[in-house]
Design a protein around this ligand. Structure first.
Ligand code: HEM
Ligand code: NFK
Length: 284
């Protein structure tokens, strides 16, 4: 079956009749997915489709990050460090996609965005409950964020649930305690509904691990995977900040924040502060 006149002949065995069986489109529910892009600008602005798809693809990736983070947390709870690391490896690749795709949105110029920004009203990424759920699962709890979702009971319920549950970091620290590392009771008994706070005792534990990596190899490796996770999250925040700066400058956000200045402060948040602090202590 050669290619003639730049045309490929369909092989006899190719499936053609899906009248009574699942197809690509029915399996992926493409009729629903591809009908979910509803520009609000009128007349429709050409670039709103980009804006919508950029967010929807990001939210689909965030859905997978949440799916994998729950599995990582479960694996840590059952001391299955290898399964947890496999989950983190996948999450790191998803983060890379999420961060790389900022280059698509960067093709939206301030002029183009200004032509439909007004149509967005008060909607903002600040109302992304999946993004907030990822922050909570990684340990940056913030009960105040839940007020934003009064109009979305399902989202609010999800965030309330996650707020009261241990984070991936809580479970990693608990695993260290079960391994016999000197983890203070205060960390193991902490109120998981608030953000994790810096623990000098935990830095000392990491110093022991990092100064004898061979003797603590799997924990050492897990620490570095968590550092990658945080680095990647910060890279996303930074690309978002720079995209905001290039599209709206220092305008206030539609979500009511001061905009770039408010987003800049998110870069000061940490998930695993001790893993970064130990770098200063190694060899001292
Ligand atoms: C032209 C593109 C964008 C602009 C101008 C923009 C602007 C902003 C601004 C000003 C804020 C602060 C809250 C507010 O007052 O609105 C914000 C927050 C946020 N945006 Fe965007 N954004 C853009 C694209 C995106 C995209 C593609 C996503 C992907 C999901 C996203 C997700 C978020 C999230 C999660 C927050 C909350 C961040 C935090 O808690 O610090 N944004 N955005
Ligand atoms: N806060 C943005 C608006 C915005 O970014 C946005 C609006 C609707 C849906 C998603 C959005 N993206 C993320 O923040 C702005 O101030 O232009």
């Amino acid at each position: 079956m050669s290619v003639e006149r730049n045309t490929r002949k369909l092989e006899r065995g190719i499936e053609r009749d899906f009248s009574d069986k699942m197809s690509y489109g029915s399996y992926l529910e493409l009729d629903r997915l591809l009908d979910a892009q509803r520009p609000v600008s009128s007349p429709e602005h050409h670039d709103e489709m980009l804006f919508i798809i950029q967010h929807q693809t990001s939210e689909l990736w965030l859905k997978l990050v949440l799916h994998e983070l729950r599995a990582v947390r479960t694996a840590l709870r059952s001391d299955d460090l290898r399964a947890a690391m496999k989950g983190i490896a996948r999450i790191k690749h998803i983060q890379r996609s999420l961060t790389e795709q900022w280059s698509v949105l960067a093709t939206l110029t301030p002029t183009e965005y200004a032509q439909f920004r007004g149509d967005l009203g008060s909607s903002s990424g600040f109302q992304s409950y999946q993004y907030r759920a990822v922050e909570f699962l990684l340990g940056n709890k913030n009960a105040a964020m839940i007020d934003v979702f009064d109009a979305d009971p399902a989202a609010q319920e999800l965030l309330r649930e996650l707020l009261g549950q241990s984070s991936v970091y809580d479970e990693f620290i608990a695993l260290l305690a079960r391994r016999g590392y000197g983890i203070p009771e205060t960390l193991l008994e902490r109120d998981v509904s608030v953000a994790h706070e810096f623990s000098p005792a935990l830095v000392a534990v990491y110093k022991e691990v990092y100064e004898d990596a061979v003797g603590h190899w799997d924990i050492y490796e897990a620490c570095e995977e968590l550092v990658d996770l945080e680095d990647n999250f910060q890279l996303w925040r930074f690309r978002h900040l720079k995209t905001v700066a290039r599209t709206i400058g220092f305008k206030t956000g539609t979500g009511g924040s001061s905009g770039v200045g408010f987003l800049q402060r998110a870069l000061e948040l940490t998930f695993f502060p001790e893993l970064f602090a130990v770098r200063t202590e190694i060899g001292r």
